[in-house]
Design a protein around this ligand. Structure first.
Ligand code: PLP
Length: 404
């Protein structure tokens, strides 16, 4: 019997080593990674430059404590401020902790204005993490079930619906912030309309709310900008980042600008491991490699190629509802639950994921070459077609998916 708690429905494969976008299992079978540890390994596996930097840092200093100054934390803070346009950074170890920091900032912000029970607007289908506060913010009853009582102080609205936010604004004086993923990852690769963020910014300005963006999955270059919000001209007040920042070394950050940037004082918040020398070395080197290797531009080109090819290969196939995404955050929505595609892909040496039962999700490393992108399409398109052919006929074919 395993002594590991039974929290994951794991696939029957264990990996022994990796190189670039490739992984090898214990039996020596090779897999093309189109999931990157769920948007973590943007540089792929065992990147030589990152490996050398981590080895050097491990031999020098792994951890001290936030009791002391940490030069690498300052350096990474400067770099994150530079690429995001934000003013200050709190370091933690994961996405949920980054969102916890954002939620605490919003509550402090509210109390400062004399609001005793501050509330945060969150979205249907959102995913913000598994701690009690971030689980409450998450818009999935399935994830929440059994963990009640959840927390007070959250108001849920449909995503991409500015009118719904305005209705809350008119009726709830306790709201202090909006928390949103511009592209919902776990929720099905749902991309918000271009004008949604501009509209949210205007509402937040009008009511003096904090605009808080969860870029835990969409950040670190994945969508073709350092941050998904940079596709618009809008500046948020709070942004959270994790997953891809350390390329697998755990690190999370909560970035803040304007009034939110100075809310935390000594004692307000903290973390034992957050921003330790090893994590910050990983973050700094990952960002440097992304820049030096032009990986953000690569994410745009490769992502566009994969979406275009999949749209053309799946055009007119009954049961294909949509091919969408931005950069290397890609979703293929089918008309029926399609979890079995993950196992078929695994048999075929390809790592993909299915979320919300019906969306095949690709989150490839940012280092993909055009050949690797072609291979993903060549492997995945027939798997999807084969899966759909095995489904009971469901009436008229869906129209061919249109480019976004
Ligand atoms: N926020 C988003 C958008 C995520 O996709 C995730 C994880 O999938 C989280 C938060 C939680 O991150 P973590 O698992 O590192 O706590």
């Amino acid at each position: 019997m395993s002594h590991v708690m039974n929290t994951y429905a794991r696939l029957p494969v264990a990996f022994e080593r990796g190189e670039g976008p490739w992984l090898w299992d214990m039996q020596g079978k090779r897999y093309l990674d189109a999931l990157a540890g769920v948007a973590v390994n943007g540089l792929g596996h065992a990147h030589p430059r990152l490996t050398a930097r981590l080895q050097e840092q491990v031999g020098r200093l792994v951890h001290t404590s936030n009791i002391y100054e940490i030069a690498l934390q300052e350096k990474l803070g400067d770099r994150l401020a530079e690429i995001s346009g934000m003013d200050s950074v709190f370091f933690c170890n994961s996405g949920c902790e980054a969102n916890e920091a954002a939620i605490k900032l919003a509550r402090l912000y509210g109390h400062k204005q004399g609001i005793e029970a501050p509330a945060i607007i969150v979205m249907e289908k959102a995913f913000h993490g598994r701690t009690i506060a971030t689980l409450t913010a998450t818009g999935s009853r399935k994830a929440q079930a059994g963990f009640e009582p959840l927390l007070a102080g959250f108001v849920r609205v449909p995503c991409d619906d500015l009118e719904a936010v305005r209705r809350v604004a008119a009726n709830n004086r306790n709201v202090v912030a909006v928390l949103v993923e511009l592209i919902q990852g776990e929720g099905g690769v749902n991309v918000c309309r271009d004008d949604y963020l501009t509209g949210l910014r205007a509402i937040c300005d009008e009511y003096k709310w904090l605009l808080m963006l969860d870029e835990v999955q969409s950040g670190t270059g994945r969508t073709g900008k350092w941050f998904a919000f940079q596709h618009s001209g809008v500046k948020p007040d709070v942004v959270t980042l994790a997953k891809g920042l350390g390329n697998g070394v755990p690190i999370g950050t909560c970035l803040a600008a304007g009034p939110a940037a100075t809310l935390f004082k000594p004692g307000s918040h903290g973390s034992t491991f957050g921003g330790n020398p090893l994590a910050c070395a990983a973050g700094l080197e990952t960002l440097a490699i992304i820049e030096d290797e032009g990986l953000i531009q690569n994410a745009i080109a490769i992502g566009e190629y994969i979406r275009t090819q999949l749209r053309s290969r799946l055009a007119g196939i009954p049961g294909v509802k949509d091919v969408r995404g931005a950069g290397l955050m890609i979703g293929i929505e089918l008309g029926s639950p399609c979890g079995e595609i993950v196992s078929h892909a695994l048999d075929d040496g390809l790592l993909v994921n299915v979320t919300v039962d019906t969306v095949v999700r690709l989150l490839p490393p940012l280092i993909y070459t055009p050949q690797e992108a072609e291979l993903v399409v060549d492997k995945l398109a027939p798997l999807i077609v084969g899966f759909l052919e095995r489904q009971p006929a469901s009436g008229a074919p869906h129209p061919a998916p249109q480019p976004a």
